[in-house]
Design a protein around this ligand. Structure first.
Ligand code: NI
Length: 167
């Protein structure tokens, strides 16, 4: 049973290690993560969010509801152009147990490569919302959260709403 990790849990700040072998355990975990993402109406979920410090994630592109299972994803390049978009995270919840949202500035488009669940090497240029999701999720694999991009008063305002993981 995988458990959702919340902001304040050190596992969310861990640098994840590359996946070396795609086995049944990993495939099962990826399927479970897709279910968890759907149940919570999310569009992405990264391994450390369910307590696994390895480099894989699942995401869904909202327009066509296409599911991606990315193993060892890597952002190869990004556009100079940036855009502001609202982000939330299933690990950053407010007192009402719903994600807390904030505007974050990131590159508008990225080129990403990954290995899929069949071991196939893939790459794609993503822009708009999919680019946003893949940047947010790959950040998780480096122990980074979207709130790290906020500064000063805005960060404080958001953090006041966040329900912290209790030890
Ligand atoms: Ni997140």
């Amino acid at each position: 049973m995988l458990q959702m990790k919340l902001c304040g849990d050190p596992i969310l700040r861990t640098q994840c290690t590359p996946v070396e072998k795609i086995d049944d355990g990993l495939l099962h975990t990826l399927d479970t993560m897709v279910e968890m993402m759907r149940e919570q109406s999310g569009v992405g979920l990264a391994a450390p969010q369910v307590g696994i410090t390895q480099r894989f994630l699942v995401m869904m592109t909202p327009d066509d509801e296409k599911i991606f299972k990315m193993i060892n994803p890597r952002i190869l390049s990004h556009s100079e152009k940036t855009v502001v978009m609202e982000e939330g995270c299933l690990s950053v919840l407010g007192g009402d147990n719903l994600p807390v949202y904030a505007n974050v500035t990131r590159p508008e488009s990225v080129v990403v490569e990954w290995t899929d669940e069949n071991g196939k090497q893939l790459s794609a240029e993503m822009s708009g919302v999919p680019a946003r999701i893949v940047q947010h999720e790959t950040d998780h694999l480096d122990g980074k959260l979207f709130i790290d991009y906020l500064s000063g008063a805005r960060r404080e305002m958001v953090m006041r709403k966040v329900r912290r993981h209790k030890k």
